[in-house]
Design a protein around this ligand. Structure first.
Ligand code: ZN
Length: 167
């Protein structure tokens, strides 16, 4: 009986892993060099984004999901922040926040960083909050940190890396 229960647990874990929708994004800088990979995994509580960066400038950098899946330098092609809820920018803004707003990333002196971040208000499934909607979405890193309150983009400066979210 004990072995049967173990077998059932193993089976259900495998089924969950197989069912979880995933997506990816390759981040490039404005010169077209690959500077990172993002792996996205859907969950009942949002999308977990696992990011591996190399060759990035040290310091704090805003990290957002933008509303258009097009990355042509200087990356204004990615549009504004992904904002299906028509809110203002920033987690410290009483009228915020955008679904695409995420915490700042602190890049160390060697320019390499691996981190995980949870995007709670988005999905890889269907609906208005889908990162795989028509027209797509993009992951963008900015030159400066996000102040978490200045509409519409947190006073985070230029866009220094961009990656289109794809299946
Ligand atoms: Zn925003």
């Amino acid at each position: 009986m004990k072995s049967l229960i173990v077998a059932m647990l193993a089976c259900s874990t495998a089924a969950f892993a197989q069912d979880a929708a995933t997506a990816k994004a390759e981040l490039k800088d404005a010169k077209g060099a690959v500077v990172g990979q993002a792996m996205l995994t859907d969950s009942p509580n949002g999308v977990l984004i696992h990011v591996v960066l190399t060759g990035m400038p040290a310091g704090p950098h805003a990290f957002h999901i933008h509303e258009t899946g097009t990355c042509e330098a200087p990356f204004t092609s990615a549009g504004g922040h992904f904002n299906p809820g028509a809110k203002q920018h920033g987690m410290s803004n009483p009228a915020g926040m955008h679904a695409g707003d995420l915490p700042n990333v602190q890049i160390p002196a060697d320019g390499a960083l691996t981190f995980d971040v949870m995007a709670r208000d988005v999905t890889l499934g269907a609906g208005a909050n889908s990162l795989l909607k028509a027209g797509g979405t993009a992951i963008v890193m900015h030159a400066a940190g996000d102040d978490y309150k200045t509409n519409p983009a947190g006073a985070a400066g230029a866009r220094i890396a961009c990656g289109v979210v794809t299946k």
